[in-house]
Design a binder for this molecule. Structure first.
Ligand code: MN
Length: 237
């Protein structure tokens, strides 16, 4: 049976391992795993259909996880790092694996966040408090935010993401950006509090080529409570 002292020692050892990933023995490194969705595959119907959610999670996200683990076989110490740290610092990796980690590490991070940015229609709340004020100050309100976010999401050529990030021009609290492929703003030192996947695999089965219709419907599944939490944490630093 574990005593309280054993548990404290285990916690301390865990903290050491996290702080100095290089000390983790290779045998302990299992690598990254596919996180469970916070809801069922049908939860976002009719905005996102069950088949799209199932393929997106079990095939696309799983492939990013598998390929990330494979790429980091060349730098196994990195398998013990938080995924945010991996994506923020991938340029410090051996050059031969940078592109694979950029794409698949970004894919793992982006999708892990994406699932949590969505909620069953009608349950995601709406912006309030500090977040509502920040949207007002940055975009003149929720409608202004939607307009600018839609422009970024539909204007991104090819595959990529549109983001709501902390810190805008002229001291504005928030800004909207977009990125190609699986790039995440964290690599440029920016914190995203919301993002939409505009790869065709995210919407094609239901919306076909009509990305603007997908983006418009997607506003109905945003989990604003999660966005507000992330914004509060980002402001605290
Ligand atoms: Mn995707």
């Amino acid at each position: 049976m574990l005593t309280r002292r054993d548990m404290l020692r285990a916690t301390a050892a865990g903290a050491t391992v996290l702080a100095v990933p290089g000390l983790v023995p290779a045998a302990d490194k299992k690598g990254f795993t596919l996180p469970k969705l916070p809801y069922g595959y049908d939860a976002l119907e009719p905005v996102i259909d069950t088949e799209t959610m199932t393929i997106h999670h079990t095939k696309h996200h799983q492939a990013y996880v598998d390929n990330l683990n494979k790429a980091l076989g060349a730098a196994p110490d990195w398998l013990g790092k938080p995924i945010e740290e991996v994506v923020a610092n991938y340029k410090k990796l051996p050059e031969a694996v940078q592109t694979a980690v950029r794409n698949n590490g970004g894919g793992h991070l982006n999708h892990t966040w994406f699932w949590n940015w969505m909620a069953k229609p009608g349950t995601g709340g709406e912006p309030k408090g500090d977040l509502a004020k920040a949207l007002d100050d940055s975009f003149g309100g929720l409608d202004g935010f939607k307009k600018a976010f839609t422009a970024a999401a539909t204007g991104r050529f090819g595959s990529g993401w549109a983001w709501l990030v902390v810190g805008g021009k002229d001291g504005k609290p928030l800004a909207i950006t977009s990125s190609p492929n699986q790039d995440n703003p964290i690599t440029d030192g920016k914190t995203a509090v919301l993002g939409i996947d505009v790869w065709e695999h995210a919407y094609y089965l239901k919306y076909k080529n009509a990305r603007p219709k997908y983006v418009e419907a997607w506003f109905g599944v945003i989990n604003w409570d999660t966005v507000a939490d992330l914004y509060a944490k980002a402001k605290k630093g």
